[in-house]
Design a protein. Structure first.
Length: 384
């Protein structure tokens, strides 16, 4: 790009969240025994999102699995779903036994034969766990993460009820289908740098951000999902001897944030009630006071393109505080076409070369890349 922006400076690191999956070791036979399944059973794990609890939708899945005599259904619930009664209700109506699990995603992925989901980000983790995936979306067919997995040959897309059971059967019996999906997953693993070293790559660019040693780091996961992404990085920062502050700020899903914060020392933003007063200036003022008091050298965020965060990052930049943005999900969801006009971060760490390319192309469309950006340039580091 012209006018001073160099795309090669975006950092391709992989995703720290994937490091735990790379290192996780679970005994599949032990898990199956705990669930009450044998080696001969075809274990189907349904990754459920709050948006996929429609009774008609669930009945379609339950009925299809029931039509496969050797199949056993396990429902992995989302942390934002405390009420699990709907699953038992539909299972009774359909006449199928189901196991409902709220913990142990990686354990379940390691033990299952196929994963079904509609739009869960955990579908990418299923791909990295080398499990066949069915994206079943007969209702709206719009989720970007899921559609990309299908387009790239990583998952099978099913968009009507009649196609679900035959697709499950093909995974159980078709070597050609299994081989094709495995090839797609292998390509995906390579593209995201799935080697357990993403956290180390992010850590490797920190001291180069400001041109001077970084000692104090403020980590700002403004929603629980972001903390799940950043937790491995927080642990890595502590191992490296950085003084780490984690800011707790969350206006929804408090049970999930409490769970995600387990084992993390954090401070709470004093103006956590700004959203009730509908006054963002209270939030911005509290953040500026926090910067003045704590004097961090670096702030690490996920949500850097939002209208809420841009003034915060601008203040940080004006106060000499460097910043890194960590890609928190599918890049096509991350960019929404309207909020990314003036990102003010010193690094953008993305999952893959594909996401780097997409980020450059989409931000280019928004216009900010064609502007000269001397005051808040995005500086970068080398790719993998």
């Amino acid at each position: 790009m012209k006018n001073g922006y160099r795309p090669e400076h975006i950092v391709v690191t992989g995703w720290p969240k994937y490091d735990e999956l790379f290192r996780s070791k679970h005994d599949s036979a032990e898990t199956r025994e705990r669930l009450g399944f044998s080696d001969a059973d075809m274990v189907v794990v349904f990754l459920c999102q709050p948006s996929s609890t429609n009774e008609v939708y669930l009945s379609m899945i339950f009925s299809a699995v029931k039509g496969m005599p050797s199949a056993k259904l396990v429902i992995k619930t989302h942390p934002r779903m405390p009420d699990k009664s709907i699953f038992k209700k539909i299972a009774k109506r359909v006449g199928i036994d189901v196991r409902i699990e709220s913990e142990g995603l990686y354990e379940l992925l390691n033990a299952c034969d196929v994963v079904i989901t509609k739009s869960s980000m955990a579908s990418t983790e299923a791909a990295l766990a080398d499990r066949p995936i069915i994206i079943f979306d007969p209702i709206d067919k719009t989720d970007m993460t899921s559609s990309l997995l299908v387009k790239k040959g990583i998952a099978l897309g099913v968009y009507d009820e009649s196609g679900l059971l035959p697709t499950i059967k093909s995974i159980n019996s078709s070597k050609e289908t299994l081989s094709r999906l495995k090839k797609g997953r292998a390509g995906f693993m390579d593209s995201v740098g799935f080697d357990g070293k993403a956290t180390e790559r992010v850590l490797g660019v920190i001291d180069s951000v400001s041109g001077q040693p970084v000692k104090k780091v403020l980590v700002f996961p403004n929603i629980a999902t972001h903390l799940l992404v950043l937790k491995p990085l927080i642990d890595g920062l502590k191992r490296k001897g950085y003084d780490v502050m984690t800011l707790r700020y969350e206006i929804g899903y408090r049970n999930l944030m409490k769970k995600a914060m387990k084992g993390v020392e954090y401070m709470t933003l004093r103006s956590n009630d700004w959203h009730k007063k509908r006054d963002k200036s209270l939030f911005w003022k509290s953040m500026k006071m926090l910067f003045l008091k704590e004097k961090p050298d670096l702030i690490i965020v996920c949500d850097f393109t939002s209208s809420l965060m841009k003034p915060v990052l601008s203040d940080a930049k004006s106060m000499g505080i460097s910043s890194i943005a960590i890609q928190w999900g599918n890049i096509d969801d991350w960019y929404d076409g309207g909020t990314a006009e003036m990102p003010v971060v010193d690094r953008i760490a993305v999952i893959s070369e594909h996401d780097k390319k997409t980020l450059i192309e989409e931000f280019g469309k928004s216009g900010w890349m064609s502007q000269k950006r001397e005051q808040w340039p995005i500086s970068h580091s080398q790719s993998l």
